[in-house]
Design a protein around this ligand. Structure first.
Ligand SMILES: Nc1ncnc2c1ncn2[C@@H]1O[C@H](COP(=O)(O)OP(=O)(O)O)[C@@H](O)[C@H]1O
Ligand SMILES: [Mg+2]
Length: 370
C-alpha cells in the first residue's frame, strides 16, 4: 500500500480541525453578548471619525477575552461604513517593548520604513497617517506582559481618532503605572467572569459540532473533558483536550472518541502542563531545562551549563530569573552554607506540575469558599 492509499483510506473523525486552533474565531460566541456590546461601544464613534473609547478587559485565562475582541473586529472588518478604520492588534507578550509596539502599529497602517526612526518618531508618523484616515483601533492583548509602558503614553497622547482596548489577566494591572500615563488612562473596565460549568459545556458542545463529524463523541468522553475545563474555569483547556482526545481516538482507529481516549488525553497532556507551558517565556523554558539537567547543583555550575547550551544573560540576571521561577514553585532554591564565595544556592528542579498543582489547589479552595 502506498502512502497515498494509506492516507485516503484513513477516515477522519475531524470534519474541520481548524476549528480547534487557538486562533479560530467561531461565528457565534455564546455567553459573551454583553461583553461584546461593550467592545462595540468603545469602537463605534470611530465610524463617525470621532475619538473612540478606552476599554480595559480583565479576567483570568481561557474566559474568552481575546476571542470576544477578535469577533467584534471581524464584524468591524465586514462593516462597509468602517472601511477606512485600521485595526492594530498587538500581543504584548511577543511584541513586548515600546519600540516593537510602535513598529507593529505602523505596519498595521501599511507603513514599513521604520528602520531609521526611534519610537517617538514612529508614533509621529502613525499620527500623520491616522489623521488621513477614519480612525484606528489599537488592541493591546496581554498588556501586563510588556517590558515597559512608554508606548501607552505615546498611544494616549499622540494617536488621534483611536479606540484603545487593553486586555489583561492581572486584576491589579494598571495601578503601578506612572502618573504621566495614569492621568491619561481612563478606561471603562469590563470584567470577564469565569464561565459556569453549564456554559462551558455548551461552548464545548458547539466546538465539537464545528470540528467533528456527527456521532463521533461518546457522551461520557465529552463529559470527562467538560469536567476538566470546568475545574480550571478555562475553555482553552477543554478545546485542547477535545483535539488531543480526537487524535488519540484516530490513532486507535476508533470511529468514536470513547471515555478511555478522553482519559488518555487528560493524563497525557498532563493537564497541568496545558496551561503552564503557555505561561513561561522562551528564556524561562531554557532556564527550566537547565535546572532540570543540573538539579541539586549550585548556581555557579548551573550558570556554566546555561552558557554552554546557548544562554546569553549575565549570572546576576540568571539569579533573578531563578528567584522568579522559585516563586512560581517550579524550582526550589536552598541556601547552602559553604561555597567558596560565601553563601550560594542549590537549585532543585520540581517540574511544571508543581505550579499547576498549587494553582489547582488554590482554585479548589476558592471553590469551597464560594
Ligand atoms: N463564549 C465562547 N464561545 C466559543 N468559544 C469560546 C468562548 N469563550 C472562549 N472560547 C474559546 O476558548 C478559548 C480561550 O478563549 P480566549 O479568548 O483565548 O481566552 P482568554 O483570552 O480569556 O485567555 C479559545 O479557543 C476561544 O475560542
Ligand atoms: Mg487571551
Amino acid at each position: 500500500m502506498t502512502m497515498n492509499e494509506f492516507l485516503s483510506r484513513e477516515e477522519s473523525i475531524f470534519s474541520n480541525p481548524d476549528a480547534l486552533d487557538p486562533d479560530f474565531v467561531p461565528k457565534v460566541l455564546p455567553h459573551r453578548e454583553d461583553e461584546q456590546k461593550e467592545i462595540i461601544y468603545a469602537i463605534k464613534p470611530l465610524i463617525k471619525s470621532r475619538s473612540g473609547g478606552q476599554l480595559l478587559i480583565k479576567g483570568q485565562s481561557g474566559v474568552g477575552k481575546t476571542v470576544s475582541v477578535k469577533k467584534v473586529l471581524r464584524e468591524l472588518e465586514e462593516t462597509e461604513e468602517a472601511d477606512d478604520i485600521t485595526i492594530a492588534f498587538v500581543n504584548c507578550w511577543t511584541t513586548n517593548t515600546s519600540y516593537k509596539i510602535a513598529v507593529s502599529i505602523a505596519n498595521s497602517l501599511g507603513f514599513r520604513f521604520t528602520q531609521n526612526l526611534n519610537t517617538s518618531e514612529i508614533f509621529d508618523k502613525i499620527k500623520e497617517i491616522v489623521l488621513q484616515r477614519q480612525g484606528i483601533v489599537v488592541v493591546l492583548d496581554e498588556v501586563d506582559k510588556a517590558d515597559d509602558y512608554d508606548f501607552l503614553y505615546y498611544i494616549l497622547e499622540v494617536i488621534p481618532k483611536k479606540s484603545l482596548i487593553m486586555i489583561t489577566n492581572e486584576m491589579q494591572w494598571g495601578s503601578n503605572l506612572d502618573l504621566r500615563i495614569r492621568s491619561r488612562l481612563m478606561p471603562s473596565v469590563v470584567e470577564f467572569k469565569t464561565y459556569s460549568k453549564l456554559e462551558i459545556r455548551s461552548i464545548l458542545a458547539q466546538r465539537v459540532k464545528y470540528a467533528f463529524y456527527e456521532n463521533t463523541w461518546s457522551e461520557d468522553a465529552f463529559e470527562n473533558i467538560v469536567d476538566m475545563a470546568a475545574k480550571y474555569h478555562d475553555v482553552r483547556v477543554g478545546i485542547k483536550l477535545l483535539k488531543s482526545a480526537g487524535e488519540i481516538a484516530e490513532r486507535d482507529s476508533s470511529k468514536k472518541v470513547m471515555k478511555k481516549h478522553a482519559e488518555d488525553a487528560i493524563s497525557k497532556t498532563e493537564n497541568f502542563k496545558i496551561k503552564s507551558s503557555d505561561s513561561f517565556t522562551e528564556e524561562e523554558k531554557l532556564i527550566l531545562n537547565v535546572c532540570k539537567e543540573c538539579s541539586g547543583q549550585r548556581i555557579g555550575k548551573l550558570y556554566d551549563y546555561y552558557l554552554s547550551v546557548g544562554g546569553g544573560k549575565s549570572e546576576k540576571t540568571l539569579k533573578r530569573k531563578l528567584e522568579s521561577l522559585a516563586k512560581k514553585g517550579v524550582i526550589d532554591l536552598e541556601l547552602s552554607g559553604e561555597g567558596l564565595r560565601g553563601k550560594s544556592s542549590i537549585i532543585k528542579y520540581r517540574g511544571l506540575e508543581a505550579t499547576k498543582l498549587s494553582d489547582f489547589e488554590k482554585k479548589e479552595k476558592k471553590e469551597k469558599q464560594d
